[in-house]
Design a protein around this ligand. Structure first.
Ligand SMILES: [Zn+2]
Length: 212
């Protein structure tokens, strides 16, 4: 089936730059060929880019990113952001007074500088986000070859989505990589955690009513 977006307005922050778009994989120094960068320095907490949400689709797609339960959006800039297990950015939803999602901001997790040349010492500045802190269940899973996994020397993480992770491991990851203020978390992340916690309680008290 063809993927179809009915209408989507987009506001560029005009500072995101995609390098070698479409060229995938790592070079001989384990540096990605294709990556997203910025054309000016950003401080931790700054907004690098904003996606204005016109309309979303319920259909998942490998190019899409998730914005709510069962809602996905394809954005030409977000599409160029690779996964990393220790990412440089995260997503923050912007709501209207009535609670309607208006936009998603891309926020710096640390200071980020523009990348002039692909060198091992500046690749921490690549714009990356952790798919495991945003996607419930991705269209396709993969064995992680991000810079963090490659450098760690440990077996690579399997990246599929939050639903694939052990609850406590997921909760620890979200606490570590997302802001302290839960209102800044994407709605599908909060909903997923709530569902998983409810499931655990249900399992724990299974049969308890018979004893009463
Ligand atoms: Zn990784």
């Amino acid at each position: 089936m063809m993927y179809k977006i009915i209408s989507m307005q987009k506001k560029h922050m005009d500072h995101m730059v995609l390098v070698n778009l479409g060229k995938q994989g790592l070079d001989e120094h384990n540096l990605p060929f294709g990556y997203a960068t910025v054309d000016k320095p950003f401080k931790q907490g700054d907004t690098l880019y904003q996606v204005a949400i016109g309309s979303a689709t319920s259909e998942n797609h490998w190019k899409a990113f998730q914005i709510n339960r069962g809602k996905h959006v394809i954005d030409s800039v977000i599409e160029g952001i690779n996964h990393d297990c220790d990412p440089s950015v995260y997503f923050e939803p912007i709501f209207s007074k009535e609670g309607k999602m208006l936009a998603v901001n891309v926020i710096a997790r640390r200071d980020i500088n523009p990348i002039q040349n692909r060198r091992p010492d500046n690749m921490k500045d690549v714009i990356t986000f952790n798919y495991l802190t945003n996607e419930v269940a991705m269209d396709a899973d993969f064995s992680c070859s991000c810079q963090t996994c490659t450098k760690s020397g440990k077996p690579p993480n399997r990246i599929h989505g939050m639903s694939d992770m052990k609850f406590l491991k997921l909760a620890a990851l979200l606490k570590d990589q997302l802001p302290e203020d839960k209102e800044k978390w994407m709605p599908q992340v909060l909903l997923h955690l709530k569902d998983r916690a409810a499931d655990i309680i249900k399992q724990l008290f299974k049969g308890a009513d018979k004893q009463a």
